[in-house]
Design a protein around this ligand. Structure first.
Ligand code: SAH
Length: 354
């Protein structure tokens, strides 16, 4: 088994069968070995620096009806909200003062935020904070719309593929959503020039080891700059309310595999991981992650953006989240840095064109 991990570190890819062998055959000892290797690779590119992203959950309106998600359109129990442009800018303002140099606008697929409104918002944020990176996470759009966001100044885009296995995808989503369109979006985003993030939930209903191995191969092929993964956690008003959560243990193992598969990837240790275990985010860093995403949303709306149950940090002010995470990182020997935290290759390319 260790020889497979050595091979992955050397060659940065395995066959589907080999990924499956590692995932199914994992033991605590093997996981420790994986994390050691993943840590060494991460240290080569990022040292002990941890990048922070200020997450602004700016709307919980959504036209989609994903079976796992708490803000799916059919969930009548959700109090819907959307932030105004001024409110979003004020999140950025407090975030900037706290040392954030990346803002992530995340939301449901809210038809109110048309291309025109998004472009205006992107312009205003980039004009006011030209030294910051702006990341969007607002779902599936046409190529033209993605292009317009990019031209308006957005730098990065997060769109989890959710699962690379088409049959599995169909079991997580209603019929009007297709795995083909999800993947089309990701390829468009890459081609347009966004630093692009895909990702999946660990332990989502109907997921098999084969699905996870296919995720690894899809990710290797797409070559995203970022990969977001976290455990699936049931939300009590969704069709998956009774499904068991994904485990921290498997999520950490997948983080380790991702670090060895894409050595330079920007890999967040997610809030969902911190939700299934009090030290989940610290352990995620120690498994190979190098990014954390504290919440900058106004406290008044935090409890309305509940994709899953028991989400942590919903009562904390932005400054508390930022300081708490900095403390947690320091306690395990890492340091939150004031930086845009770009993908290294993208940075060197940009330098070459200067
Ligand atoms: N509408 C945007 C943002 C989605 S929310 C988009 O489509 O990209 C961000 C991510 O949260 C989703 O991609 C999904 O992987 C994750 N998520 C949703 N529900 C979840 C749940 N119940 N447990 C864990 N993660 C969940």
């Amino acid at each position: 088994m260790k020889t497979l991990i050595d091979k992955l570190r050397r060659e940065t890819v395995l066959s589907k069968e080999e990924y499956m062998t590692l995932i199914d055959g994992r033991t605590p000892e093997l996981a420790d070995y994986l994390f050691e290797q993943a840590g060494a690779v991460r240290h080569r590119y990022y040292g002990h620096d941890i990048y922070i992203r200020g997450l602004i959950e700016f709307t919980n309106y959504c036209k989609n009806n994903c079976y796992y998600c708490g803000i799916r359109c059919e969930n009548r129990a959700v109090q819907r909200y959307r932030l105004t442009e001024e409110e979003i800018l004020s999140c950025c303002e407090s975030g900037y003062a706290l040392g954030f140099r990346t803002f992530v606008l995340q939301g449901g697929e809210d038809p109110y935020f048309t291309q025109e409104r998004m472009v205006s918002l992107i312009h205003r944020i980039k004009q006011r904070y030209p030294d910051c990176a702006l990341t969007l996470s607002i779902g599936e759009k046409s190529r033209e719309e993605y292009q317009a966001y990019f031209e308006a100044g957005a730098d990065r885009y997060l769109l989890r593929h959710e699962t690379a296995n088409d049959e599995h995808y169909r079991r997580l989503h209603p019929e009007n959503m297709s795995p083909q369109n999800r993947k089309r979006c990701l390829r468009d985003l890459k081609e347009i020039g966004f630093q692009t993030g895909c990702g999946f939930m660990v332990g989502s209903p109907f997921q098999t080891t084969e699905c996870l191995a296919e995720d690894m191969l899809f990710i290797k092929d797409l070559q995203p700059e970022m990969v977001g993964i976290g455990p699936f956690i049931a939300q009590h008003d969704t069709p998956f309310r009774d499904c068991p959560s994904g485990t921290m243990e498997l999520t950490l193992f997948m983080l380790g595999l991702l670090r060895l598969t894409l050595p330079q990837v920007l890999l967040p240790s997610t809030t969902a991981l911190g939700t299934v275990h009090p030290q989940g985010r610290e352990k995620g860093i120690l498994a190979g992650a190098n990014v954390v995403m504290p919440n900058l949303s106004p406290v008044s709306v935090r409890k309305k953006y509940l994709l899953y149950d028991n989400k942590i940090c919903t009562g904390d002010e932005a400054a508390e989240c930022r300081n708490c995470l900095a403390q947690r990182m320091k306690a395990i020997g890492y340091e939150v840095v004031v930086s845009r935290g770009d993908y290294p290759a993208a940075l060197s390319e940009r330098k070459e064109t200067l």
